[in-house]
Ligand binder design. Structure first.
Ligand code: ASP
Ligand code: MG
Length: 410
């Protein structure tokens, strides 16, 4: 007998029939003798619909009222799910975030959880009830309703699991796990049995948008085993847990290939080769709240430098305008941009103990004649910037170079 927190996302509770199917899934766990706390999202499309209504009222809707509004989506789902459970003959009780007392700070629309009162939930569990909690919401110390940011129900699920010391937090969604790469790009991509928190963070931030990133950070911090699995079909999903456990298995060097088409390259050419120049250039961009990712500086023959970095594509015009100002100030030759780039990364904790991972990566790309424009590495990740045209080819080449293809598993 275990205690599980289940979290069902918007598509899993998108219709009353789907909510009934969720109730059946939960009931099965009850039949097996487990205690269950369920966290649900709003029915799919509902949060967007509510935000749309707000925008009809105010050009920039008031954040406090926005939270009062959007938190209603989840309140609908908790009640409907409890009704469905009762209809199947299971005792259940729904709670809003405020009723549980999920205490957050007062940053409306992006609040952070500070404390969770588990007493009420524990009382229900020991009385044999299923506890159903509205995701994505909490309450500040003055009782104002807050929300945790888009996709925040994942974080509610993990936070409840941490507070209740649950055996596992199971995130039910419309995919059956975390894949070695996007199956739409590589047919032979396969579901990972397990992945570490660290790897998942790298995969998530690079575009495998299965989980809200903050929920993975939270799970890692409190060591809550997290499992991503399908609402619609049975299967083990992917277990996301600590490194130690993964190490007991034969660890491959690379667990997955992530990629990102959202970046653009910005270069400032011919800046003086002198102390403080890179700092001047990059802080001008940073001060405008533009996030910088990969950075490369090369020295030209005439003792000037070229500094190139990547930013989000939405920020490229802004970054260019700022750099043109900086270029005048520093006497740089030119500012140029290129939005037709993509970032491809290999991710794996196994890299720590395997030598030659980078050279294998570069060799695989060279074999396909793909030019590497920029390189950046961390302990468990190597990323390259390449021409956007070759993205899919690069991902496929790396997927097979690192033996990730499904067929090589058999
Ligand atoms: N309903 C919220 C959203 O759409 C929270 C969530 O689904 O996790 O962002
Ligand atoms: Mg969601």
């Amino acid at each position: 007998m275990a205690l599980f927190v289940h979290k069902y996302g918007g598509t899993s509770v998108g219709t009353t029939d789907k909510i009934k199917a969720v109730a059946k899934k939960v009931a099965k766990f009850r039949d097996d003798g487990h205690d269950i706390v369920v966290v649900v999202s709003a029915m799919s499309g509902e949060t967007n619909r509510l935000i749309g209504l707000a925008q009809e009222m105010q050009e920039k809707p008031d954040n406090r009222e926005m939270d009062v509004l959007v938190s209603t989506g989840e309140q609908v789902t908790i009640a409907l799910l409890c009704m469905a459970l009762k209809d199947l003959g299971y005792d259940a009780r729904s709670y809003t975030g405020g009723q549980v007392r999920i205490l957050t700070d007062d940053s409306h629309t992006k609040a952070r959880i500070q404390e969770i009162d588990v007493e009420r939930m524990k009382g229900d569990l020991s009385a044999g009830r299923v506890v159903v909690v509205a995701g994505f919401q909490g309450v500040d110390e003055h009782g104002n309703i807050t929300t945790l940011g888009r996709g925040g129900s994942d974080t509610t699920g993990v936070a409840l699991a941490a507070a209740l010391k649950a055996d596992e937090c199971q995130i039910y969604t419309d995919v059956d796990g975390v894949y070695t790469t996007d199956p739409r790009v590589v047919d032979s991509a396969r579901r990972l049995e397990r992945i570490t928190f660290e790897e998942m963070l790298e995969m998530a931030s690079l575009g495998s948008k299965v989980l809200q990133i903050r929920s993975v950070e939270f799970a890692g911090k409190y060591n809550v085993p997290l499992r991503v699995l399908s609402s619609f079909e049975d299967g083990p999903g992917t277990l996301i847990s600590l490194d130690e456990e993964a190490k007991t298995m034969e660890q491959a060097a690379v667990s997955g290939i992530a990629f990102n088409r959202d970046e653009a390259k910005v270069s400032i050419l011919g800046v003086p080769d002198a102390p403080g120049v890179a700092s001047t250039v990059l802080s001008a961009v940073g001060d405008a709240n533009i996030e910088i990712d990969v950075i490369v500086q090369n020295v030209a023959a005439d003792n000037t430098n070229d500094i190139t970095f990547t930013v989000h594509r939405n920020d490229v015009d802004k970054a260019k305008a700022i750099l043109e100002g900086v270029a005048l100030e520093l006497g740089a030759r030119e500012v140029s941009t290129d939005a037709k780039i993509a970032k491809v990364s290999i991710v794996g904790v196994g890299m720590r103990s395997h030598a030659g991972v980078a050279s294998k990566m570069f060799k695989a790309l060279a074999a396909e004649n793909i030019n590497i424009q920029m390189i950046t590495t961390s302990e468990i990740k190597i990323s390259v910037i390449i021409d956007e045209r070759y993205l899919e080819l690069a991902v496929r080449a790396l997927h097979s170079a690192f033996d990730l293809d499904a067929k090589s598993e058999a």
